[in-house]
Design a protein around this ligand. Structure first.
Ligand code: TRP
Ligand code: SF4
Length: 406
């Protein structure tokens, strides 16, 4: 359900590269958050398969399977296709077109300056990432975001620079192309959608502001547009831009919706990450979860059961920090430092908590594995919804850039 927008642009868009089986780090770092957002915002969540290609171009073998598996993990973790629009980036070729058009106006320096460009090249030294596609990674991301005129982009700290770039690109685009001849026509049509009485209020406020600099009624008119239940995002932006005589906001500047999430430690105490091989996957079976936790290293001081330890020096303690309540944590502190409990005892509640969390996810995932048609349908529906918006945006973009002859 794409809920009507109440109180302004209520849309969020976010993507994830299909990197293979998702793990607890993704669950608490991203999916818990998406699960919440999908009921508060008009949410677009997509698989960034072209982004995966920027680093896996030399071996794209797994991308197709990874897309499907990742979507199964999303659905199993609670992402709800009747609340959120779920789709695959490459199903909407408009992303590639917008990326190309934006590349025309994006100074090279803006891309070279994005910190992830040099960082990732350093980190993935075994790959040749001195490619055109990799330099363009954040601009493709800008196209993903601007396509849906999203107000917010829920991401982690590492992606903030990309959202910042997106804002700059949108601003530059609007500045260069914001005053096409079609604008007036489209404003007129949008005004009609606003309705008779509202239209009067709007025009009076606009006149007072633009002719006499009287801003008294401006906010009221703005609120009227923002709260109108039946305007499209495009119409809303047109009317808002027109109200103050700013011309047209073709592409909406988004902001990053930063999420503070618990850093989920991996089995070795480092951040949980596939590249460290220290993950618990969402679809690991009960036995595997138990074995992984049972073999986790603990405070090296606890050689024998009778040796006291220090939770601060133990990766298992970090899992307690995420999963355990105060009384369990007190039990660990007390038991560990006095050798009152053994490490196997200590791991038990963590195993149980994780198992309780994963069991229903695993079960739901199983039903999607058994019914691949369901996943295909979810992605086909998402593609159709996303495409309608993408087409509308591209119509406006082409018109603004005088490319309607094509
Ligand atoms: N670069 C993002 C990441 O690695 C994935 C991504 C691609 C994305 N396009 C996006 C995130 C658009 C938010 C919005 O996590
Ligand atoms: Fe770690 Fe718990 Fe063992 Fe202490 S008792 S070392 S916290 S596993």
């Amino acid at each position: 359900m794409n809920s009507p927008m109440i109180g302004g642009n209520n849309r969020v868009v976010s993507g994830m590269r299909p990197t293979g089986a998702l793990h607890l780090g993704h669950l608490h770092g991203v999916l818990d958050n998406w699960n919440r957002l999908q009921y508060e915002y008009d949410s677009f969540f997509f698989v960034a398969d072209w982004h995966a290609l920027t680093t896996s171009y030399d071996d794209p073998t797994d991308i197709e399977a990874n897309i499907r598996e990742m979507v199964i993990d999303w659905l199993a973790a609670g992402i709800n296709p009747s609340s959120a629009t779920i789709f695959v980036q490459s199903d909407i070729p408009e992303h590639a077109e917008l990326h190309l058009l934006l590349s025309m106006i994006t100074p090279l320096g803006w891309l070279e300056r994005v910190p992830s460009y040099k960082d990732q090249q350093e980190k993935l030294k075994e790959k040749d990432l001195a490619t055109y596609g990799f330099l363009g990674y954040p601009l493709l991301q800008s196209a993903d975001i601007l396509m849906y005129r999203a107000a917010h982009v829920p991401v982690g700290e590492d992606q903030v620079a990309h959202v910042e770039l997106t804002r700059e690109v949108a601003r530059r685009f609007n500045h260069l192309y914001g005053r096409g001849q079609e604008f007036e026509k489209k404003v007129k049509r949008a005004l009609k959608n606003l309705g008779g009485k509202n239209k009067k209020v709007y025009l009076a406020a606009q006149k007072a502001y633009q002719e006499k600099g009287d801003a008294t009624d401006l906010q009221a008119a703005r609120t009227l547009v923002e709260n109108h239940p039946r305007l499209t995002v495009a119409d809303r932006e047109r009317l808002l831009g027109n109200l103050e005589g700013l011309g047209r906001t073709i592409l909406v500047e988004p902001d990053a919706l930063l999420t503070e999430y618990p850093k989920v430690p991996g089995l070795d105490g480092q951040k949980m990450s596939k590249s460290y091989g220290n993950t618990i996957a969402l679809r690991d079976d009960a036995e595997t979860v138990e074995k992984k936790i049972k073999t986790m290293p603990t405070d090296p001081a606890r050689v024998r059961r009778s040796d006291p330890g220090d939770p601060e020096k133990c990766p298992v303690w970090q899992l307690h920090a995420v999963y355990s309540d105060e009384s369990t944590k007190n039990w660990v502190r007390e038991g560990c430092t006095t050798a009152g409990i053994g490490c196997i005892d200590c791991k038990r509640p963590v195993i149980e908590k994780i198992e309780a969390q994963l069991q229903p996810i695993r079960e739901r995932a199983r039903s999607y594995e058994d019914n691949p048609e369901t996943v295909r349908t979810v992605l086909a529906d998402g593609r159709d919804r996303a495409r309608d918006i993408a087409r509308e945006t591209m119509d406006d973009v082409r018109e603004a850039m005088m490319l309607e002859y094509r």
